[in-house]
Design a protein around this ligand. Structure first.
Ligand SMILES: [Zn+2]
Length: 416
C-alpha cells in the first residue's frame, strides 16, 4: 500500500488517548510525523512564497484544492502532461488534493446526485465523478480526498443530512474505482453535519470501505459543540487509520482536535494571521515558560502597530526562519506593511509557516513525554482566546475569503 499509518503506543496508558503517529508515503519514501499540519495553498501556490522561500521552510504535505483550477471549462492544468507536482513546481513535496478550499464554508449552489458545485473565479462549476476522475488521472497527487456533499446550513433538517451521507457514500464507491486504478491512497469524508446519529452512521459505513484515512468536518460549528461532534465521528472510526479535520485550524482548534482523536489539520492559520499583518508568538510545552499568574497573553504580534516603528529586534530570537535569522527587525516589517511592499507578507508568511510547524513539533514532544494534557491546560490559561481583532484597527480585514484571497481594495491609513 502506498500509505502506511502507524500509531505509537505510549508506555503509560493514560496518555494513550492522544494519538502520536507516523504516516509513511512508501512510493516517495517520505515519513510524516503526526499530529501535523498540511500547508495551505491558493491556486496551487503557498500564498506570498516563491520556490526560494519554500526551500527554507519545513513544508512536507501540501494541500491543493481542485476548485482553484476549474475557472475555465477546459482548465489549462488538465492539458499539462507531466502531473500536478511539476505543474506547480512542487516536485519535492507531497500533494494532497481535495475538491474544495478548506477555508470555505459558503455554499456556492446546490449539489445533486450527479455533481457537486464549487466556486471558481469563473463562477460556479459542477464537479461530476467523471470530471474528478479525469483530474486525478492527470494530476496524480500523492493522496486524494473523495467527493463530499457537504451541508453548510447550520439549521439543516435530518432529511437533508441523511441525503448528504448517502450521496457521499455513493460518490465514494464511484471514486474508489478510479483511485484503485491509479493506486493513489484515499481519504474519505465522514459526514453527518449536526446530527449525531448520522455522524455515527456515516463514520461506520465509510469505515467499511477500503479507504486509507478519513476527513472530519466541523467548519463553521460553534466552539462549544465542536468536541462532541468530532468525537461522534472519531469514536466510530478504526483507530489504525489517520483522520484529517477541517474547521480546527486555530491553535485552540488543533489542541481540541488532538484531544478528540485527530491526526492532521489544514495549515490555513499561518495564512490567516499573515493576512492580518500578524506574527505568531505563541509557544507550547517545554517552550512555553509560563508562570501561574500570567494569563490572557496575546498569541500573535500585530506588525501594523505603530508601537513597533522603533522596535529594532527580530520577531523572535529563538526562531529559525529566514525572517528572524537574517534578521529583519519588527520596525522594518512594520515599515514594509505600511508601504504595501510585497516583502512584508513574504517575511511574515515565512515566519508563520515555520512557527506553526514548530507548534506541531512541540505538541508531538509533549505527547511523547506524556505531558500533553497538562501542557494544553497551561497553554489555555496563559493565552487569550478572544478573536484577535485589534490588528484590524484602522485596517479593513484584507482577506476576502469569497474570492479566493484576492485582496480587497486596501484602505490606506498612514498615521504620521
Ligand atoms: Zn521567525
Amino acid at each position: 500500500m502506498a500509505l502506511n499509518f502507524k500509531l505509537q503506543l505510549a508506555e503509560n496508558s493514560a496518555s494513550n488517548i492522544f494519538r502520536r503517529g507516523t504516516l509513511s508515503f512508501t512510493k516517495k519514501n517520505h515519513v510524516i510525523q503526526t499530529p501535523a499540519c498540511m500547508t495551505y495553498t491558493l491556486r496551487g501556490a503557498v500564498p506570498h512564497l516563491l520556490a526560494d522561500n519554500l526551500k527554507l521552510l519545513p513544508i512536507e504535505l501540501v494541500q491543493v484544492s481542485l476548485e482553484h483550477f476549474l475557472e475555465q471549462k477546459d482548465p489549462s492544468s488538465f492539458k499539462y502532461p507531466h502531473g500536478l507536482h511539476k505543474y506547480l513546481n512542487l516536485e519535492n513535496n507531497l500533494l494532497f488534493c481535495d475538491i474544495r478550499d478548506p477555508l470555505k464554508l459558503s455554499p456556492v449552489s446546490f449539489n445533486t446526485d450527479k455533481y457537486l458545485s464549487v466556486q471558481t473565479h469563473g463562477g460556479v462549476r459542477q464537479v461530476t465523478p467523471d470530471l474528478w476522475a479525469e483530474a486525478m488521472n492527470i494530476y496524480r497527487p500523492d493522496l486524494i480526498a473523495t467527493m463530499s456533499d457537504t451541508v453548510t446550513d447550520m439549521d439543516a433538517k435530518t432529511k437533508r443530512i441523511k441525503k448528504s451521507v448517502d450521496r457521499s457514500l455513493r460518490w465514494l464507491d464511484e471514486n474508489l474505482v478510479k483511485s484503485k486504478e491509479l493506486d493513489i491512497p484515499v481519504f474519505a469524508p465522514v459526514m453527518g453535519h449536526t446530527d449525531k446519529e448520522e455522524r455515527i452512521r456515516s463514520a461506520t459505513s465509510t469505515a467499511e470501505r477500503d479507504v486509507q484515512g478519513f476527513i472530519v468536518n466541523v467548519l463553521g460549528f460553534e466552539k462549544e459543540t465542536v468536541a462532541a461532534q468530532v468525537k461522534a465521528s472519531t469514536d466510530n472510526l478504526p483507530s489504525n487509520k489517520p483522520r484529517l479535520a477541517y474547521g480546527l485550524s486555530s491553535p485552540e482548534g488543533i489542541l481540541e482536535g488532538i484531544s478528540n482523536g485527530i491526526d492532521l489539520f489544514d495549515g490555513s492559520y499561518a495564512y490567516k494571521v499573515t493576512e492580518k499583518g500578524r506574527a505568531i508568538t505563541f509557544k507550547f510545552g517545554t517552550e512555553l515558560k509560563s508562570e501561574i499568574h500570567t494569563q490572557d497573553q496575546p498569541k500573535t504580534l500585530n506588525l501594523w502597530s505603530t508601537d513597533l516603528a522603533h522596535a529594532f529586534e527580530p520577531l523572535d530570537t529563538t526562531c529559525g526562519c529566514d525572517a528572524c535569522t537574517r534578521p529583519h527587525t519588527k520596525a522594518y516589517i512594520h515599515h514594509l506593511l505600511n508601504a504595501h511592499e510585497m516583502l512584508g507578507p513574504i517575511l511574515l508568511m515565512s515566519h508563520n509557516v515555520y512557527q506553526l510547524d514548530k507548534f506541531m513539533q512541540s505538541i508531538r514532544t509533549s505527547i511523547d513525554q506524556g505531558s500533553f494534557e497538562q501542557d494544553m491546560k497551561t497553554f489555555m490559561h496563559h493565552y487569550s482566546h478572544l478573536k484577535e481583532s485589534d490588528g484590524m484597527q484602522n485596517h479593513e480585514d484584507e482577506v476576502d475569503t469569497d474570492s479566493l484571497g484576492v485582496h480587497l481594495k486596501k484602505k490606506r491609513t498612514l498615521k504620521l
